[in-house]
Design a protein around this ligand. Structure first.
Ligand SMILES: C[S@@+](CC[C@H](N)C(=O)[O-])C[C@H]1O[C@@H](n2cnc3c(N)ncnc32)[C@H](O)[C@@H]1O
Length: 272
């Protein structure tokens, strides 16, 4: 059986779960992610006054932006299996002054505790790559959206990651080797469109966006550091090679030459 190195499959069981709250918020604050989020919510066709569900809402950074689009009569409900994430999401929504317009609850996306046809929009962002049962989650999303409502999903696809580094072979060994062992579904991004079509949704559309970082943001830095550590743990690189690899990344950043990109695939479909 594949050993899980993916913290997002079980955040509350990690040694320092609160670190992932800060990691997700740091990712969400980057200019590139802020733009991705804005475009995705527009793509999901969120409108004032709607009732919206986010599955796998994490710290609620997407929910809060969604609520801002829905206005005073709209509401976003976020569901996430992690208690640590849910408590952080509630605190952040409260301090953002969202009141009852953003509600966060603990729950599993594969067993949503809502009646059928009860939301105008249901979406999930960077969740499916972390789960082995995405079919169950997607069919629950379709069940709870109303006829004529929209299901929208966005995921990275680690097959689309590029990092300019002088040692391309080692970079491939570390980046591709680790994700193959780490995520239940590292190539979920490209599969989303087909999955929504197979669920019987109508007017399914695909939109591809790119996360890019040319400054080695703290989020990207932490991700690359973890990749190097996991490459050593998995026997893909020696500690010396992984250390050198990371130092080269940091050197590139210090001289203004860091370039990292990762595609985000979004698909939306209408429930018949
Ligand atoms: C990378 S985070 C994304 C959070 C948020 N959507 C965002 O974009 O900032 C992935 C989230 O999926 C949640 N998750 C993992 N398994 C899940 C499941 N079975 N159902 C719903 N959410 C799940 C994790 O707890 C985590 O908060």
């Amino acid at each position: 059986m594949k050993r899980s190195l993916d913290p997002y499959g079980a955040i509350d069981r990690q040694r320092q779960p609160h670190g992932y709250v800060e990691h997700l918020e740091a990712r969400g604050r980057t200019p590139s992610q802020t733009r991705l989020r804005r475009r995705f919510l527009r793509f999901a066709q969120l409108r004032p006054g709607q009732r919206v569900l986010e599955v796998g809402s994490g710290t609620g950074i997407v929910s809060r932006d969604a609520a801002a689009r829905l206005g005073p009569r709209g509401q976003v409900i976020g569901v996430d299996p992690s208690r640590v994430m849910t408590l952080a999401a509630r605190r952040l929504a409260r301090s953002g002054g969202f009141g009852s317009r953003v509600v966060h609850t603990v729950g599993d996306g594969a067993r949503l505790g809502f009646t059928a046809n009860s939301f105008d929009r249901v979406f999930a962002v960077t969740v499916l790559l972390h789960v082995a049962n995405s079919a169950a989650i997607l069919s629950e999303m379709v069940r709870v959206v109303r006829p004529g409502g929209i299901v929208a999903v966005q995921d990275q696809d680690f097959g689309s990651l590029t990092l300019d580094h002088p040692d391309r072979r080692l970079t491939a060994r570390i980046m591709d080797g680790v994700v193959a062992c780490m995520y239940p579904d590292p190539f979920s991004g490209r599969a989303i469109f087909g999955r929504l079509v197979r669920l019987g949704l109508r007017r399914v559309r695909l939109a591809v966006d790119v996360f890019q970082d040319t400054t080695l943001e703290p989020y990207t830095h932490a991700m690359l550091r973890r990749r190097a550590e996991n490459a050593v743990r998995l026997g893909l690189a020696s500690p010396a090679a992984a250390g050198r690899w990371l130092t080269d990344v940091e050197r590139l950043a210090a001289s203004g030459q860091f370039a990292f990109t990762l595609n985000y695939y979004a698909a939306r479909g209408v429930k018949p």
